[in-house]
Design a protein around this ligand. Structure first.
Ligand code: NAP
Length: 252
């Protein structure tokens, strides 16, 4: 049984989608939560929902691509809960278009949130984790970072970057008791994938060996495992949570 009692967990992009699913799961296992997101109202509403379930939670307005926001976020966690035990780098965006049409701003925006945002929050968090000599960091990569995907050169590059970042961090931090792992989700039903036309979505789901879209809970269960002592001998790992979609011929 996973127990996260008295552990503090920061979830970036935690106000909706996969991030909210992760927050609900970690809260149910006893973690104290810091929900970091761009939209202040949405973040506060999420925190009220978490508190309504009896979980301890605070909201922090944060743009992960800004170094000063990341530092303030982690400081807020330390101040409120007295430690920084779990960091889930979940905030992410897409700006899909074919490479020949991609504007540099679309490239820059996706790299800034998905990759640089993972760097800023991780660097800020390890300041405390190094002193504690403990910590678990879980980064959200994607099947698109492993396979590539048409129309997602920016997103695939950012998520492949997250994989390299995860492995390098894990090696640097292992001797200090800090584990760093990533999850590579396949197709998960959230607002991010809701915009995909129905006929394309149906084809994508049909190509998944387990024949269903993933749910935020599927990712949250994997995060809970990687955040807990149940995975204490696992670091530098990229966990595919994709219904078998990564298998050759599985498609995505
Ligand atoms: P989502 O529904 O679009 O939610 C993303 C969340 O991140 C939103 O709350 C958003 O805030 C927040 N966010 C965006 N930019 C931010 C920034 N600069 N600073 C702080 N927060 C920011 O996405 P999702 O589907 O839950 O995806 C979560 C993560 O899983 C992402 O990293 C994504 O790339 C990854 N992933 C998703 C899928 C999938 O199929 N859904 C598959 C593979 C990987 P706002 O509400 O203000 O926009």
């Amino acid at each position: 049984m996973i127990d996260l009692k008295n552990k503090s967990a920061i979830v970036t992009g935690g106000a909706r989608g996969i991030g909210k699913g992760i927050a609900l799961k970690l809260g149910s296992l006893g973690a104290n939560l810091v929900i970091a997101d761009l939209n202040e109202e949405q973040t506060k509403a999420c925190v009220e929902e978490l508190k309504g379930k009896g979980y301890k939670a605070i909201a922090v307005k944060c743009d992960v691509s800004k170094e000063e926001d990341a530092v303030a976020l982690v400081d807020a966690c330390q101040k409120e809960f007295g430690s920084v035990d779990i960091l889930v780098n979940n905030a992410g965006i897409t700006k899909d278009t074919l490479l020949m049409r991609m504007k540099k701003e679309q490239w820059d925006a996706v790299i800034a949130v998905n990759l640089t945002g993972t760097f800023t929050c991780t660097q800020a968090a390890i300041k405390y984790m190094l002193k504690q000599k403990s910590g678990a960091i879980i980064n959200l990569s994607s099947i698109s970072g492993e396979n590539g995907n048409i129309g997602q050169t920016n997103y695939s590059a950012s998520k492949a970057g997250v994989i390299g970042f995860t492995k390098a961090c894990a090696l640097e931090l292992a001797s200090r008791g800090i584990r760093v792992n990533a999850i590579a989700p396949g197709f998960i039903a959230t607002d991010m994938t809701a915009a995909i036309p129905e006929n394309i979505k149906a084809g994508m789901i049909n190509a998944i060996p387990l024949k269903r879209a993933g749910l935020p809970e599927d990712i949250a269960n994997a995060v809970a495992f990687l955040a807990s002592d149940a995975s204490s001998f696992i670091t530098a790992h990229i966990l595919d949570v994709n219904g078998g979609g990564f298998l050759p011929g599985g498609g995505h």
